[in-house]
Design a binder for this molecule. Structure first.
Ligand code: ADP
Ligand code: MG
Length: 244
């Protein structure tokens, strides 16, 4: 695991974001230190995905600032931001169903890179997730839900990420598949030195991965702490299942 540097890799200040006149992220402050995993927990519809979209440039923030690696990035386009090493693994799989595992991975590398130049990235992903190498020639539509989610994470890792945004990796998966996906996230955490900003609806799966947890409600952070600290907060535990 990498050492921490002084300044956070991601610094979000007073962020406001939404759709049309409706703001769903409201004056939100958040920072992520290099090499750390920060988890956002919160109910459906409270602005978690919108926050990630505003950070990765998929939507333009209506207010506030986003700093990444010491550079201000709000207002930048998503391709510029991803090239800086801020990679967004979106909610759902977003795979090309008719393409193979390997084609899906290769498509996620830099668009300008030649097929050959993409090989080192491919080998890096296969070294981390050998299951994907075994299934390299299999079409995405024939994979299990857990395997598809693994390919989605692998696609994120085809870019050199300093920060990986991962949106609800457990969504819609059977428990055994969720274990597979979280095994993969633990591998990323232990073997790569990027920071991770992870979103989930509750505490169920994050016990081994969270350095810091923030509870998001109504587009703002209402509680923060380590998992241990939040697990002694009765309101939080009762609201978010208490399934620690
Ligand atoms: N593309 C969109 N256009 C309009 N409203 C949206 C869009 N995406 C999300 N919303 C609304 O923004 C709010 C927050 O959504 P979202 O950020 O997806 O929440 P979460 O990820 O916490 O479930 C919800 O009320 C949702 O309906
Ligand atoms: Mg969401």
């Amino acid at each position: 695991m990498s050492e921490r540097t002084g300044a956070p890799i991601l610094d979000v200040r007073g962020l406001v974001a939404g759709y049309g006149d409706t703001m769903v992220v409201r004056d939100l402050d958040l920072s992520v230190d290099a090499g750390r995993t920060v988890v956002l927990i919160g109910p459906n519809g409270h602005g978690k995905t919108t926050l990630l979209r505003a950070v990765s440039g998929l939507i333009k923030p209506a207010g506030g600032e986003v700093w990444f690696g010491g550079e201000r990035i709000d207002g930048r386009n998503p391709e510029y931001i991803v090239a800086m090493g801020l990679v967004h693994v979106m909610q759902g799989d977003g795979l090309f169903a008719q393409m193979t595992v390997e084609e899906n991975l290769l498509m996620a590398a830099f668009p300008s890179a030649s097929w050959r130049a993409r090989q080192p990235a491919l080998e890096r992903v296969y070294a981390l997730f050998p299951q994907l190498k075994e299934r390299r020639g299999q079409r995405a539509r024939t994979l299990s839900g857990g395997e598809r989610r693994l390919v989605a994470l692998g696609r994120g890792l085809m870019r050199e990420a300093r920060l990986l945004l991962i949106d609800e990796p457990s969504l819609g998966l059977a428990p055994v598949m969720i274990d597979t996906v979280y095994g993969a996230i633990r591998e990323i955490r232990e073997r790569l030195d990027n920071a991770i900003l992870l979103v989930e609806e509750n505490f169920t799966h994050i016990a081994d991965v969270a350095d810091v947890v923030h509870v998001v409600e109504m587009g703002g952070i209402v509680r923060s702490g380590s998992l241990e600290e939040l697990s002694t907060d009765r309101t939080v535990v009762e609201t978010y299942l208490g399934t620690l």
